[in-house]
Write a protein that binds this ligand. Structure first.
Ligand SMILES: NC(=O)c1ccc[n+]([C@@H]2O[C@H](COP(=O)([O-])OP(=O)(O)OC[C@H]3O[C@@H](n4cnc5c(N)ncnc54)[C@H](O)[C@@H]3O)[C@@H](O)[C@H]2O)c1
Length: 688
């Protein structure tokens, strides 16, 4: 059977024999290398696996003292070549791709000659599984990350990962790496953590990693180095998995089938019967390869990997102007986070201003404290931190903006206040300075209307918390010119945000959809649906947060305010909820221990036409389909994929649902509500 994939970038397995001091036979060193630099990491497709198989044969034929596998600079291997997956035609082929990986990797595990993985760089998915098949592992302290992220995409670590990892480091660590890290925390392991968990037997500095690894391996072969491993406690196996399943049920409500498959496989690993375990992995892979969740995961992956890096509609970057000093107007919640981000990523002077000295001082103190925290966590060197602290300053005198070439405002969400800020600043800043607004919902065009140079005003909409959410909606006002837009995109990229170009329409993309969605939840409550029924109605989707928790995070007053802007623009679709107003005005916390605060519940005005959870869910999804369609028809964004990217990166829309528009298509919602799909059938299945 041919498994070849036309898109495979083949990773070669290059064999060389190396003399190692103290051994009378050479070592066979296999280096994985696809011929590109680290930006195109090593992956395994069918041809690459066949090459590895051949290299292992040649290595063993040389009767070496040991066999070791390592990677190209910075990259060990990031796992399976995903481009081949959508081309798999039938179940037999799907089974075969699992078996092929197992068969080739098992040669390292079954070898009579000792085998080592010298994990010099990033090791993910199948790359880490290959290392797990080796008898011993060394790890570079400079490796970017180790992870088994498969369940996040809709797969399982099916080349031995679910069987070998728990039997190496114990079930608790394995459940963390296979389930919790990818699904709930989006986390990867740093080398030190991986070593502490017992994934690596030795950790060496990157400078002389290969030499040290070879020496260490020679010591192991000669019996001079003792390798200690964590004891695997089988007593706790069932208990750990019981709690892992409970956590999955609570957080995702059954929405991610791959995670449940992974749990079943981890359970099977308790008997350490690899024959049974690997056969079950093959079956799981074959099932999941054809699941809508994997297709969705691949679609999301492609958006985040490729579209986010080359934003649709971004102007020629040659037009961008250099930014050498940044002014931040406001020193509140958003402004102080923005000051931190700008100074950290651009490393240019950043100056904050606000209405009084106390607020300015608070903003600057916040930035300093956050820099200290980064140093404490080892994410910033003290030397850099000192430099960054020196670059941040504040003043109540807006005169300090006289030489700023990029000014961003994050003052109160009030058009009159923002217009006044810009009118005042236009007299101070240089003629070419870009004026960016972090408004959540106001018109960029209106804000610029009375300025002498409205063409240099652009929307720069970040999401709270700024350090966590990767999205930046860049808003083109009616008069924003290309140089301003190009500068905004260049700055966004330097800030390491994923930029999406949006038109100047009320509340742009994410806030408009979230407000419409919350509007349906509140309409249900206003009608008499118990808040807990409305709040849990979307649980089967496995969204990262329930609606009321989202509202609490955004702040009921802010949500009410944005709702008001949208109501003014689109009164037919954005109602004003009486209950949301009551909650916003009460100023009380909405949730206590994840439950509706009884004090708040008492305030709610309840109608007499309650809906069922299913009705609430359908109305909310119908509303999203209608709103997304209108946004495309109005040209708020160019394509459905941009809406998906915004919702994934700005609102945490889950990967496993594969973007909001394919989900609405797949469930038939878009056709029922708007008469047509967002994407042609099939588009959400190919990573292209
Ligand atoms: N809070 C969020 O989650 C969020 C997210 C994205 C965007 N935004 C937007 O960011 C902006 C700021 O929101 P925030 O939550 O940081 O508000 P905030 O109330 O925490 O901060 C606003 C700050 O602006 C200052 N200010 C007001 N008028 C000023 C003036 N004329 N000159 C200088 N400073 C002035 C205030 O004193 C205050 O410190 C708003 O436009 C908001 O819509 C907020």
């Amino acid at each position: 059977m041919s498994l070849e994939s036309p898109n495979e970038v083949v990773t070669k397995a290059l064999l060389r024999l190396v003399d190692v001091p103290g051994l009378d036979r050479p070592a066979a060193l296999i280096t994985l290398d696809n011929g590109f630099d680290h930006r195109k990491p090593n992956t395994f497709g069918p041809t690459g696996l066949a090459g590895l198989d051949a290299a292992i044969t040649d290595a063993l034929a040389a009767e070496p003292a040991f066999v070791a596998v390592t990677g190209k600079p910075y990259i060990f291997s990031v796992g399976a070549d995903l481009t081949g997956l959508p081309l798999i035609a039938d179940r037999d082929q799907a089974l075969e791709i699992g078996r092929l990986g197992h068969r080739v990797f098992a040669r390292l595990r079954d070898s009579a000659v000792p085998t080592f993985a010298f994990v010099n760089g990033a090791a993910m998915g199948g790359g880490l599984e290959l290392a797990l098949h080796c008898h011993y592992r060394t790890l570079s302290a400079g490796a970017a990350a180790l992870a088994l992220p498969e369940v996040f995409l809709g797969l399982v670590p099916g080349w031995g990962g679910t069987q070998l990892l728990p039997n190496l480091i114990g079930i608790a660590g394995a459940a963390q790496v296979v389930i919790q890290n990818p699904l709930m925390q989006n986390k990867m392991l740093k080398p030190k953590q991986a070593a502490e968990l017992g994934i690596a037997d030795a950790l060496f500095e990157p400078a002389d990693f290969l030499e040290r690894s070879l020496e260490w391996a020679a010591g192991v072969v000669r019996g001079e180095v003792e390798v200690t491993r964590p004891e695997v406690d089988r007593e706790m196996w069932d208990g750990v998995l019981y709690f892992a399943r409970k956590l999955l049920d609570e957080k995702l409500h059954g929405a991610v089938p791959s995670a449940y498959r992974a749990l079943d496989l981890l359970a099977l690993a308790k008997d350490a019967n690899f024959g049974t375990g690997t056969a079950a992995e093959d079956e799981a892979l074959a099932d999941l390869i054809f699941s809508p969740e994997l297709r969705s995961g691949l679609y999301s992956f492609d958006l985040v990997q490729r579209r986010a890096k080359r934003p649709a509609g971004a102007p020629d970057k040659a037009l961008a102007r250099p930014v050498t000093k940044v002014g931040v107007v406001g020193a509140g919640l958003m402004a102080s986070q923005l000051a931190l981000l700008f100074v950290r990523r651009l490393q240019v002077p950043v100056v904050l201003t606000d209405l009084d000295q106390a607020r300015v001082d608070k903003g600057v103190a916040y930035v300093h404290a956050e820099i200290d925290k980064l140093v404490g966590k080892g994410r910033l060197a003290e030397g850099t931190a000192a430099k960054l602290r020196g670059l941040v300053s504040g003043s109540v005198d807006k005169g300090v903006f006289a030489d700023a070439d990029f000014v961003i405002e994050a003052v109160f969400e009030d058009l009159a206040v923002k217009k006044q800020v810009w009118a005042e600043l236009e007299k101070i800043v240089p003629a070419e300075a870009v004026l960016a607004t972090n408004t959540s919902s106001l018109s960029v065009t209106a804000m610029a209307a009375d300025l002498e140079h409205p063409e240099r005003v652009v929307g720069f909409h970040f999401f709270n918390p700024v350090a966590v959410l990767p999205l930046l909606e860049i808003v083109r006002g009616e008069r924003t010119d290309e140089a301003t837009l190009a500068t905004a995109f260049a700055v966004g990229k330097e800030l390491r945000k994923s930029c999406v170009l949006v038109a100047d329409a009320p509340a742009f993309v994410v806030n408009r959809l979230l407000t419409r969605f919350l509007g349906e939840i509140f309409a249900a409550v206003d009608a008499g649906t118990p808040p807990e029924v409305a709040d849990t109605a979307l649980d089967p989707l496995g969204l990262p947060m329930r609606p009321l928790a989202l509202l609490q995070l955004v702040g009921p007053a802010v949500a009410y305010h944005v709702g008001g802007t949208l109501h003014a623009a689109f009164p037919d679709r954005f109602g004003v909820s009486e209950n949301l107003r009551l909650i916003a005005e009460s100023g009380q916390p909405l949730l206590v221990d994840d439950q509706v605060n009884p004090e708040v519940a008492k305030l709610l005005a309840v109608g007499d036409t309650p809906l069922t959870a299913e009705q609430v869910r359908q109305r909310a999804l119908d509303a999203l389909a209608e709103e997304a369609r209108l946004m495309l028809d109005e040209g708020v964004v160019a394509e459905p994929q941009d809406i998906d990217l915004c919702m994934i990166l700005g609102a945490g829309w889950p990967f496993h649902l594969g973007g909001i528009t394919p989900y609405l298509d797949r469930t038939g919602t878009s056709e029922r509500v708007t008469g047509r799909r967002f994407l042609p059938p099939g588009i959400a299945t190919l990573p292209a």
